[in-house]
Design a binder for this molecule. Sequence first.
Ligand code: ADP
Length: 293
Amino acid sequence: MDVVNRVVRHPQPGETIHGLSTTYHPGGKGANQAVAAALAGGDIALFGAVGEDGFGVELKRTLTENGVDASSVAVKPGTSGIAFITVDDTADNSIILSAGANGQLGAADVDRMLPGLLAAHSVLLQNEIPWPVTREVMEQAHGNGVRVIFNPAPAFLLPEDAYRWIDLLVLNESEAELLTGIAVADGAAAELAADRLLERGAAAVVLTLGERGSLYKAQGMAIGVATSSYRVRAVDTTAAGDTFIGALASATAKGMPIAEGLAFASAAAAIAVTRAGAQESIPTLEEIEAFMS
Ligand code: ADP
């Protein structure tokens, strides 16, 4: 749950200030991407956990309302994962991520989740649950022919032996820079960063480049496929990446060729940036199709 506090200025340590407003927004990369995939027409279940607090109830309810099967979201003692976000008058924000139930996921949850995961076409993972869980799911899924799509966000350096389980790595510029040390300033740098990630063993990579679009490159390709973004009036780019990834996962699972899938994902993300909010800004299949026609 994103708890957003608006303030005139951020408080100093030890200081108490009045806030301007507090709002709650269902979020988390896993949930946002699951909602994006479901609204884009996919048959989606989310595996994960919420806490025993009221947020947990609300988070599961919103998933269900958006067409995501939340029956495998476990309820753990303690709090749900919460992002405490403070935004000041200049739009500068500070964020405390409290993992809550997400941080409690472990080996027993993997055992519980595996039968469902292995029956899927694809599994889409992010870095908001403990790495050993992600790693185990990747290895098992890949080994059993389930397509592994991985969004390494928030980014940290991954053990290099994990890349071989990734069928599609989808990441933005700052994540690519953290993983490769290459600042993705232009097209040539993006190719170079994609090459580094492919050398580590990922089967294919999509680098998302904000309004510059995206670059797709798979093993054996001499040059990557660049997809432009749609020209729109951006209002709020929050969840652009989550929308893109969810839509791409859904489209490719339904057999859409990758080039078309990238255009479809770009359209979904373009709609999302024209609307305020995160999960609230994610479009439906009908909206994406109308936008593209
Ligand atoms: P993130 O949200 O993770 O930072 P990006 O900023 O790279 O991800 O955005 C993901 C995708 O969303 C881009 O590849 C592009 O297709 C689309 N997108 C992002 N910003 C814009 C924009 N201003 N106008 C149109 N499309 C955008």
